[in-house]
Design a protein around this ligand. Structure first.
Ligand code: NAD
Ligand code: UFG
Length: 351
């Protein structure tokens, strides 16, 4: 109901949105919701972790010939300048960034350079062209080991356990300081919890390179026979079944959260921070068992040692996004595991 309200309100103001990283997992799903709400979008992506096929499939779902796309790196000042001279954007949704936690530990310089330089260049070019509205992809990782559960936006930020997490935490600070110095900026920091699932069509979904780091793509690759078994990282946490508890959120709900966040931009919010999660915590074994039950497939697993840097429990209090944006997650665990499997089954090799 609240998502419907958000949609109805959106109808009154259409925007032209610059979507960086729009060929990726969350960006591609967001494009569909932006178009469904009547907005237009232009994608900038360097394709370092995505395939342009995702944009062709988005176009198919939307029922259009193609999505405007520029193969461009957000660190490319000249390219961004040219694009923003050619057309005006009302706001930017900034997804572009490297996101693999383990890789960031191996290659910290590459992560700081790509994520931080990319964002600094982007916001500089944006302000030079008079576009001072940005929605930034942040993460629950900025809370570190949270001091309160469920986590509200008032929960203090914590110590990140890897360079990727620090890039998010540092970039939040950069954007907050810029907004403070120049109140013409409207900055919405969206702290995502654990995105899973895929578009119900099965045409787009998560397409990780190599061995998946995250739980859900690992489960789907075991189910499809690409990997022999899932390792469950620890069953001795202080949680109901001993395995880690997270706030999994369907990527379509997450995508809709960005459309709703445009409302904050529209009302010239200054700085706003929102958790995007469901408010429910599920353990690793909850997810595995739901996947097996809903999809009728086998997922062999064995218990392994804890993974370095993992915390026991992390889930959100998403009340602020509901109250202020009219956004609330609509999908539950069954849709999450169903749509993750549908995507993997229809696209065993990804795009
Ligand atoms: P993704 O890797 O699928 O998408 C990111 C896109 O950005 C890719 O298409 C990649 O090619 C592009 N990109 C990377 N560096 C670029 C650059 N310098 N210039 C232009 N394009 C560049 O990742 P995703 O899961 O869709 O995540 C989107 C955003 O959300 C990221 O910033 C990520 O850190 C953040 N986030 C993701 C999760 C998650 O679990 N998926 C959780 C919290 C936050
Ligand atoms: N897990 C396993 N086996 C696996 C993979 C994961 O047991 O093969 C467990 C983890 O130990 C954890 C849970 O599944 O308990 C979820 O792990 P993920 O790697 O899927 O997700 P994280 O919560 O560790 O981190 C993810 C993103 C971060 C992001 C964070 C919060 O990787 O970038 O969600 O949004 F910051």
């Amino acid at each position: 109901m609240s998502s419907l309200l958000c949609k109805i309100e959106q109808i009154f103001k259409y925007m032209n949105i610059l979507v960086t990283g729009g060929a990726g997992f969350i960006g591609s799903h967001t494009l569909i919701e932006l178009y469904a709400a009547g907005h237009t979008a232009v994608v900038v992506d360097n394709l370092s972790n995505s395939n342009p096929e995702s944009l062709r499939r988005v176009a198919k779902i939307i029922g259009t010939d193609s999505i405007p796309f520029h193969e461009l790196d957000v660190r490319d000042r000249g390219g961004l300048n040219k694009l923003m001279e050619e057309q005006k954007f009302d706001a930017c949704i900034h997804f572009a960034g490297l996101k693999a936690v383990g890789e960031s530990v191996e290659k910290p310089w590459e992560y700081y350079e790509n994520n931080i330089s990319g964002t600094l260049t982007l916001v500089d070019v944006m302000r030079n062209h008079g576009c001072k509205n940005i929605i930034f992809s942040s993460s629950a990782t900025v809370y570190g080991d949270p001091v309160e559960i469920p986590i509200t936006e008032k929960c203090p930020k914590g110590q990140c356990t890897n360079p990727y997490g620090w890039t998010k935490s540092m970039l939040e600070q950069v954007l907050m300081d810029m907004q403070k110095a120049d109140p013409e900026w409207n900055v919405v920091l969206l702290r995502y919890f654990n995105p899973v699932g895929a578009h119900p069509s099965g045409l787009i979904g998560e397409n990780p390179n190599g061995i998946p780091n995250n739980l859900m793509p690992y489960i789907t690759q075991v189910a499809v026979g690409k990997r022999p078994e899932l390792g469950v990282f620890g069953n001795d946490y202080d949680t109901p079944d001993g395995t880690g508890v997270r706030d999994y959120i369907h990527v379509v709900d997450l995508a809709r959260g960005h459309v709703c966040a445009l409302k904050a931009i529209e009302r010239k919010c200054g700085l706003e921070i929102f958790n995007l999660g469901t408010g429910h915590g599920y353990s690793v074994l909850d997810m595995v068992n739901a996947f097996i039950r809903v999809n009728g497939v086998k997922v062999p697993y064995s218990i392994k040692p804890r993974r370095a840097g993992d915390i026991a429990t992390c889930y959100s209090n998403p009340a602020k996004a509901e109250k202020e944006l009219g956004w609330k997650a609509q999908y539950g665990i069954e849709e999450m595991v169903r749509d993750s499997w549908n995507w993997q089954k229809l696209n065993p090799e990804g795009f």
